[in-house]
Design a protein around this ligand. Structure first.
Ligand SMILES: Cc1cc2nc3c(=O)[nH]c(=O)nc-3n(C[C@H](O)[C@H](O)[C@H](O)COP(=O)(O)O)c2cc1C
Length: 335
């Protein structure tokens, strides 16, 4: 039988099957979440949180919460936040030394402090700087190279097309498009059809990202975009089993009648998955690093419960991890 019904994405010599990618998310896609998602199955490529290229060469990989990881976390793409070509050589060398399977360039982050430093989505306004950054990265590494963008400042097909072609021409092997403009909030419906435009313009594979929370979303996104792969962000924390469901759904082309709920975990299993995440936090992080990460995860995971806001509030107001766990256990026992 063909692997995942033939669903394979290849870029820069890396085979990703199924073509379901975990999104880079600061504060969320650390070792514990990556392992949780991987244990649930269906994920084709893992990612780090964004890593400041300036700092990466100086981080201690066994102590840095951004770099600690378990050997099972494979393949793992390293997302770099670059602001100058001078940062590239050392950052890429560090990523290679740390066993990166691929490198991704963050060109989409809208956070004001990142933009002020000249990084993230600010770079989409500086195409010539982006060309230099990509060319320099390409020159320094043979690893598969991807970039992640938003749609830009405003809907402008000509400008977006020129920017995407520049990326391809400069040496990017794969492009992920978060289907929103720079200033658009997460509540806004993603513009998946614009990913379709990008796909049409480029020869390299294109991955669609934004607003995929269910098999129905994935099917609609694929229909609208024709993307070669899907990247999942917040839903990885809310429903870490979604990758498995999507892999199963995609294998049957999301045939009508495929009911994602049939493969959703039971309430008991959901409680066990939450406990497992707590265990993974303990394995991965020193005590002072755990509570903040549990709060961030719980913010999303609480959506599984009708009264999940009680779980989120109980964990948010906890002074330490043990209290948070005790309160969470109380909630899970009565949910
Ligand atoms: C908490 C959080 C942190 C994020 N951090 C990053 C990041 O470090 N790098 C990046 O390229 N995008 C980052 N993003 C954007 C996501 O990668 C993704 O593009 C976005 O959440 C849309 O996908 P989703 O609807 O599946 O969540 C972040 C998003 C969230 C919610």
């Amino acid at each position: 039988m063909k692997e995942n019904n033939g669903r394979v994405l290849e870029y820069g010599g890396l085979r990703i099957s199924p073509p379901l990618l975990l999104a880079p998310m600061a504060g969320l896609t650390h070792s514990a979440l990556r392992r949780l998602v991987q244990e649930q199955g269906g994920v084709g490529l893992l990612s780090t949180e964004m890593l400041a290229a300036k700092r990466l060469p100086h981080e201690n990989p066994t102590l840095s919460p951004y770099l600690v990881r378990h050997p099972s976390e494979q393949p793992l793409s390293f997302q770099l936040l670059l602001t100058s070509p001078a940062e590239v050589a050392a950052a890429v060398a560090s990523a290679e030394e740390l066993g990166a399977a691929a490198i991704d360039l963050n060109l989409g982050c809208p956070a004001p402090d990142i933009r002020r430093q000249g990084g993230g989505s600010r770079l989409m306004e500086e195409p010539q700087m982006v060309r230099r950054l990509v060319q320099e990265t390409r020159r320094r590494t043979a690893l598969p190279l991807s970039a992640k963008i938003r749609l830009g400042e405003e809907l402008n097909a000509e400008r977006l097309r020129a920017f995407c072609l520049l990326l391809e021409d400069a040496g990017v092997d794969l492009l992920t498009v978060h289907a929103r403009l720079r200033g658009e909030p997460y509540g806004r419906k993603p513009r998946w059809e614009w990913v379709g435009k990008v796909k049409h313009w480029l020869r390299i594979p294109v991955v669609a990202n934004g607003g995929i929370f269910s098999a129905a979303d994935a099917a609609a996104c694929l229909a609208a975009s024709g993307a070669d792969g899907l990247m999942i962000g917040r839903a990885a924390a809310a429903t870490p089993w979604l990758f498995r469901q999507l892999a199963e759904g995609w294998a049957t082309d999301f045939a009508p009648g495929h009911d994602e709920l049939s493969t959703a975990p039971s309430q008991e299993q959901k409680a066990a998955i939450y406990r497992r995440f707590c265990e993974l936090l303990k394995e991965s992080f020193t005590p002072e690093r755990r509570l903040g990460r549990l709060k961030e995860f719980t913010h999303y995971y609480a959506r599984n419960y009708q009264f999940g806001h009680h779980l989120a509030a109980a964990v948010q107001s906890s002074p330490d991890l043990d209290t948070a766990r005790r309160r969470a256990e109380h909630f899970l026992a009565t949910a």
